[in-house]
Design a protein around this ligand. Structure first.
Ligand code: CIR
Length: 260
């Protein structure tokens, strides 16, 4: 009998991660062994949250490969394979498309559209897409065309001061968003309850909600305290090495319901 499981696609830390793309942070040394150990802890947290984890290999030609979220947007009905905003990352696309192909009908973003999955926040049938240095209006129009027949609305949201929309806002409950209001205008996110990051922790708005769990970096204790006070239970992990590459917790997996 066919049942359903939560599938999580992850990808190896590339041996070339030190040459990752950087936009807002200065380059600092990444400890690859530590990054790999932290990534295994992250995958363990995903498994504890009920995911079946499938890790893809990554070579030295793709320094940012661990950030799989940027390459695919998976909905129940279909998967959109992105055309990443950074040219160096387009080499990451074929393996993600191949991994998702057994699970979903694939649609591809075409030039001149560019979008990183980190700019896409899906809340039920509402999709918020960041207009950022990686994601342009052409891709947003393509996404709208692809998803409208399935009942999704697409709202373009400008982000400032950070890499992606999900650096500024993520969901920690059905109707609750964790936000950094310095990086996004919360008026564009009508109908939600907001929890703001602690002002001393600007990068703290990226939390990964999976099943009943919220996976969260241990680097943000003040915001974690705010979340706990609001009743959000956290599973904290150390994500120090991916943070040096401007990554956080949502970006290291693509999670979707699959047939078991
Ligand atoms: C990049 O600049 O593309 C990578 N160094 C970091 C991507 C992080 N992705 C994400 O937050 N969705």
């Amino acid at each position: 009998m066919i049942g359903h499981v939560l599938a999580a696609i992850t990808r190896d830390i590339s041996p070339a991660m030190a040459s990752c793309e950087l936009t807002h942070l200065p380059r600092t040394p990444i400890d690859l062994d530590r990054a790999r150990a932290q990534h295994r802890d992250y995958e363990r947290a995903l498994a504890e949250a009920g995911c079946r984890v499938e890790r893809l290999p990554a070579g030295p030609d793709m320094p940012d490969a661990v950030f799989v979220e940027d390459i695919a947007i998976v909905l129940d009905e279909l998967a959109i394979i992105t055309r990443p905003g950074a040219e160096s990352r387009r080499v990451e696309v074929p393996a993600l498309a191949a991994a998702l192909e057994p699970h979903r009908r694939l649609r591809f973003i075409a030039a001149p559209g560019t979008v990183d999955g980190g700019d896409v926040l899906v809340c039920g049938r509402r999709m918020f897409v960041g207009v950022s240095s990686r994601t342009n209006a052409e891709a947003i129009a393509e996404i709208r065309q692809i998803v409208a027949p399935h009942g999704y609305t697409v709202c373009a949201v400008r982000v400032r001061g950070c890499l992606h929309l999900k650096s500024a806002v993520t969901a920690v409950g059905d109707d609750t968003l964790l936000v950094n209001p310095q990086w996004i205008a919360t008026e564009s996110l009508g109908g939600f309850r907001f929890i703001e990051v602690d002002p001393a922790e600007p990068a703290a708005a990226n939390a990964l909600r999976v099943g009943d769990a919220v996976i969260y970096p241990s680097a943000f204790p003040r915001t974690a305290e705010r979340l706990a006070r609001s009743g959000v239970k956290l599973r904290t992990i150390d994500a120090s090495e991916v943070a040096k590459a401007e990554g956080a917790v949502t970006c290291c997996s693509v999670i979707f319901e699959a047939e078991s």
